[in-house]
Design a binder for this molecule. Structure first.
Ligand code: FNR
Length: 342
């Protein structure tokens, strides 16, 4: 199995998941208390956000997905055009395919070529050498580096890694060696409070909790196995809402992704303390089903609706949403009491 084939498999199976997902997740267990006189005027609302010294025009980003094959290079080109036209940040998929085979460099470079002035993030795993982390950043002139943690993906992956013990030390080395902010992210299984507290000491600028509720990589990798004998790992981990609640006051700026379905989920995640909110599988589906114009329209609609929600909720900025009153229901409420979250 070449790495290019694996990248194509991931896109195919992630898309299949998008078409078969129940549509429910734990964001449904977070509600805003409705205050009928809280509203403000739309012109007083700004979408700009600042976290870890980074300022974005909007608190939304296209999260890490792909690159490394002809097909995924074309997807990266389309995602980059949509990011450019919408003014949202974008992340590359894992760039290890480029380290193994530099002839696929263009499938990543296109992220910068199509979006010369946008905020673009490179992406590596926690085994990348410091030299390779720098090469990834240089290739796309990245504004930040994402390091992904994906033990629950590697475990059922037929050709997966089984050595996780050196990851923390390597994150620290990479963070010390590169001159852009480092964002550590999960891939859909969530970052626990304990993990985030460990990251605080490793020189990381921010953590993207990327929790359960959307793309499920254990399911994707199990689907690539001949026997599909890891089905018990499906739905592993903590939801994005649970991660954000668990990580309150952990000392690291937080980003949120994983199962974000609509502008209300974006507002919920911002209200739970995220500085910005990302989506991967959902945006991929819009792109592959409807093309670049559909994704540009979707991003514009999300930004407009987020501003409308902020207007109704009385939040002049995305950060102001964190002052809104929230109700936590169901299993999420039990999670909070089990974890001692107020
Ligand atoms: C991903 N994701 C991902 N993450 C990462 O850090 N490096 C990567 O190479 C990839 N590859 C990848 C491929 C595809 C097709 C998808 C859909 C996703 C994970 C992604 O960034 C995100 O963390 C999860 O998908 C959860 O978000 P959604 O999809 O539920 O919005």
């Amino acid at each position: 199995m070449t790495s290019a084939q694996r990248k194509d498999d991931h896109v195919r199976l992630a898309l299949e998941q998008q078409h078969t997902h129940s549509g429910r997740n734990q964001f449904d267990e977070v509600s805003f208390v409705h205050h009928a006189l809280a509203g403000i005027d739309r012109p007083d609302v700004s979408l700009a956000t600042t976290f870890a010294g980074i300022t974005w025009r909007a608190p939304l980003y296209i999260n890490a997905m792909t690159g490394g094959s002809v097909k995924t290079g074309a997807i990266n080109r389309d995602l980059a055009i949509a990011a450019r036209e919408s003014g949202v940040a974008i992340a590359s998929g894992s760039m290890h395919a480029y380290f193994k085979d530099p002839s696929c460099a263009d499938t990543f470079r296109v992220l910068r070529e199509e979006n010369p002035d946008g905020f673009v993030m490179a992406n590596v795993n926690a085994t990348a050498s410091t030299d390779n982390a720098r090469r990834a950043i240089d290739l796309i002139r990245a504004d930040a580096l994402q390091i992904h943690l994906n033990t629950a993906q590697e475990t059922p992956m037929p050709e997966g890694d089984r050595s996780f013990g050196s990851w923390a030390a390597q994150i620290e080395r990479i963070a010390a060696a590169v001159d852009v902010p480092v964002i550590v992210k999960e891939v859909g299984n969530g970052l626990s409070r304990q993990t985030i507290l460990a990251l605080v000491n490793l020189g990381v600028a921010a953590a993207d909790v990327s929790g359960r509720g959307g793309t499920d990589f254990a399911r994707i990798e199990n689907g690539r196995r001949e026997l599909a004998d890891y089905a018990y790992l499906h739905d592993w981990g903590q939801s994005t809402a649970a991660c954000l609640l668990d990580a309150q006051d952990s000392g690291l700026p937080l980003l949120a992704s994983g199962g974000v379905r609509n502008p209300l989920d974006v507002a919920r995640a911002l209200a739970l303390g995220a500085g910005a909110v990302g989506s991967s599988g959902g945006f991929l589906r819009v792109l592959l089903d409807g093309g670049v114009p559909a994704l540009i329209a979707r991003l514009a609609a999300w930004l407009e609706q987020l501003a409308a929600l902020q207007t109704m909720l009385g939040a002049r900025t995305p950060a102001d949403l964190a002052r809104c009153d929230l109700l936590i229901h169901g299993d999420l409420r039990s999670f909070c009491s089990d974890r001692g979250v107020d």
